[in-house]
Write a protein that binds this ligand. Structure first.
Ligand code: GSH
Length: 219
C-alpha cells in the first residue's frame, strides 16, 4: 500500500488506522504548498484535485476521500475492529464520518488552514462551528469514543480536533472534547502517528518560511 499524505493534515487519520491495524505502508509525503511529492513528482498526476489522502491499495486501486479510505482500511483488516459489522453500527459510523468530514473538517477547521480564506469567512465559520462542537461535546460527555469502541471515526475526529492548537478554535471551552483529545492522542497508534508527522510538519513550515511552531514537538 502507498499512502500519499501531508503532515498533520486529514491524512493523519489514515496513518492512525494503518497503525491500529498493524499495517505498514509506503508513506509518500506531498508538499501542501508546491503540490509535489518530496521527490518532485506533481501530485496532481496522482490526484487531480491535489487533495490528500490518496491510498494505492496492494491490488493497485486508487482510493480518495478520507471517509472512503478509512472504511477501506477497516474492512480490509477486520481483526483490528476499526468499524462495527452490524447494520446499525455501520450507519452510525457513516454518520460520524460524514459529520466530522463535512461539519468539522470542511465547515469549520478547513477555513483556518486555507491561506486564502477571507477573514469574514473565518469569523462566520467560527461562530457557526460552535453548535457543531457543542453537538459532539454532548455526545462525548461520559463516553470514551464516538461509537462503543475506538473506530476509524475516532481516528478522523482526533485528527481534526488536533488542529485546534493552530487555529482560533478554543477547545478549552469544551471539557469533554478536550478530555477526548488528550485521551485519544495518548493511544499508542495516535501517539506514534503524530510523532512521525510532527517533525515533517515543522520541516515543511521551515521550508516555506512559515512561523515556527516547535511547541508542537513537545506533545
Ligand atoms: N474531501 C476530501 C478533503 C481532503 C482535504 O481537504 N485534504 C486537505 C488536507 S486536510 C488537502 O489536501 N488540502 C490541500 C488543498 O486544499 O489544496 C477528503 O475527505 O479526503
Amino acid at each position: 500500500m502507498q499512502l500519499y499524505f501531508s503532515p498533520l493534515t486529514c491524512s493523519l487519520a489514515v496513518r492512525i488506522a494503518l497503525y491500529e491495524a498493524g499495517q505498514e505502508a509506503a508513506f509518500i509525503e506531498v508538499d501542501s504548498l508546491t503540490k509535489e511529492t518530496r521527490d518532485g513528482v506533481p501530485y496532481t498526476t496522482v490526484n487531480p484535485l491535489g487533495l490528500v489522502p490518496t491510498l494505492r491499495t496492494d491490488e493497485g486501486e486508487w482510493l480518495t476521500e478520507n471517509a472512503a479510505v478509512l472504511q477501506y482500511i477497516a474492512r480490509r483488516f477486520p481483526a483490528a475492529r476499526l468499524a462495527p459489522t452490524d447494520a446499525r453500527g455501520l450507519e452510525s459510523l457513516q454518520q460520524w464520518l460524514s459529520f466530522v468530514g463535512a461539519e468539522l473538517h470542511r465547515g469549520l477547521y478547513s477555513w483556518f488552514l486555507d491561506r486564502q480564506a477571507p477573514d469574514a469567512v473565518k469569523a462566520y465559520a467560527l461562530q457557526k462551528g460552535r453548535s457543531r462542537l457543542q453537538f459532539v461535546e454532548r455526545h462525548l460527555a461520559g463516553r470514551e469514543h464516538l461509537l462503543d469502541q475506538f473506530s476509524v471515526a475516532d481516528a478522523y475526529l482526533v485528527t481534526v480536533l488536533g488542529w485546534s492548537v493552530v487555529t482560533p478554535v478554543a477547545l478549552g471551552e469544551w471539557p469533554a472534547l478536550s478530555a477526548y483529545v488528550e485521551r485519544v492522542q495518548a493511544r499508542p497508534s495516535v501517539a506514534r502517528a503524530r510523532a512521525a508527522e510532527i517533525p515533517l510538519y515543522l520541516q515543511a513550515r521551515a521550508r516555506h518560511g512559515e512561523p515556527d511552531l516547535s511547541f508542537l514537538a513537545k506533545g
